[in-house]
Design a protein around this ligand. Sequence first.
Ligand SMILES: [Zn+2]
Length: 511
Amino acid sequence: MARFRIAYARINQETNCLCPVQTTFDDFRSTHFLEGEALARACDADGYEVPGMFRRVELAGFRAALAEGDDAEPVPLFSAWAVASGPLTRPCFDALNDRLEAGLKAAGRVDAVYLALHGAMGVRDLRDPESRFIETATRASGGAPVMVTHDLHANLTEDRVRGALAVISYKTNPHRDHFARGRQAGRLLLRALRGEVKPVTAWRSLPMYLGGGTTLDVLPPMLAVYARLHLAERLGTALAASVNMCHPWNSDPGLGWSTCVTTNNDRDAAERLADALAEMCWARKDALPPVFADATTAIAEARAARVARKLGAVVLADASDVVTAGASGENTALLRALLTQAPELRSYAPLRAPHTVAELWPRVEGETVDVTLGGVLDPAHSEPFPVRGRILHKRENPGFGRTVVLACEGLHLVLTTGPAITIKPDFFTQAGLDPWKADVLVVKNFFPFRLFFAPLARKTIYVKTRGATDFDAAAGLTFDGPMHPRDVVGDWRGADGRRRGQVGPSGTRVG
Ligand SMILES: [Zn+2]
């Protein structure tokens, strides 16, 4: 019996259109790029799928689903992952798209394709790049069905829903079900190829980029929405059900939350559930994200938290410069405030400063230097900041390149060449600093750091300065009509109808 040959690939980058640091093909190459047999080995049960980041995620889950039967042969194409940042250059997009096309053409007969896509990728002067990958996969495979998984911060579009056999998103925030979603996609795809099910999909698009409070799946107000998704899948009402809470710094004018439901050949049931989920989400639109402290308030709180500092550290999360949501990591506002307002506190803080690292690299440890930090990668969100400091350590780091630790009174700056993912305390350890000795640790992350910093974080304060990951910054983007919460939007159905091609274009901005 001929086995189903199923090709698989990952193209993952979350784009923040407010970040001016362009993403190039080199950024994928230096972060994560595997192809062919090397990718197949990385997705094996004892492999490491995205080295240094994720051991077993979507592609391993997909491969595990195929291994449950004996009628499918996985065909590895490539896996490309870059840290969230500014939009991809057009040559970068073309290189990824051409590679997908060439890989599929070289693969011979292919019965289906699985694409693990982030869903919130942006490319300069090109709308909805991920639908192009789906189109390319369809064309280059000679019309084979294309199964897609997304992050739940995806911005879904009509072209993707039409172009894919189904689109399945993560159901956890912070994300921890990558493997389960890849496996779900693999199982559904196989059942469809065997003729056991006939997937039909309905979706809804909401003119809303913020809502749902903290947007955590395990807490109200989103808990009930996720319970509904899980129940529909468990009861078999839906083969797959997803809610996408979007990435609010995406330049697509059709930005918004969305719901997506795939059933077994039951159009009405898919429409009903997609609609009901959309109503549930809309009912949560006024639960906005928490308001964060300004730098002065946060520093005063950190200073007052004597016991917390003695027993561990106070963690300040720089919510305006979240590197994992695409900010440059070059925002100097909080650091300047720490140096001017609390030089007596021992603070450890990351700053992406490739030019300063290059300037300091020839100097020796222990030397006192005068440098100007910031103002290069993202000048609009990074005011230049002159400091005098002593070089404590110089390190080569495989993840973010050359690193220099500069001590400016109590402020210890960890200057990195590449984007610094400060999710784990070992970011500081690898730079030569002991996080237990700090009063204050600055991280540039929204949530996952809380899990890893829990042993030493006695107090965590979110700080807003001004940057590419401010919730209110999304209000300056161009949308295809009134958008909650920037504008007063009475009903979601007008925008939804337009976005799904049900009614003609209309709608004017009122805010
Ligand atoms: Zn996400």
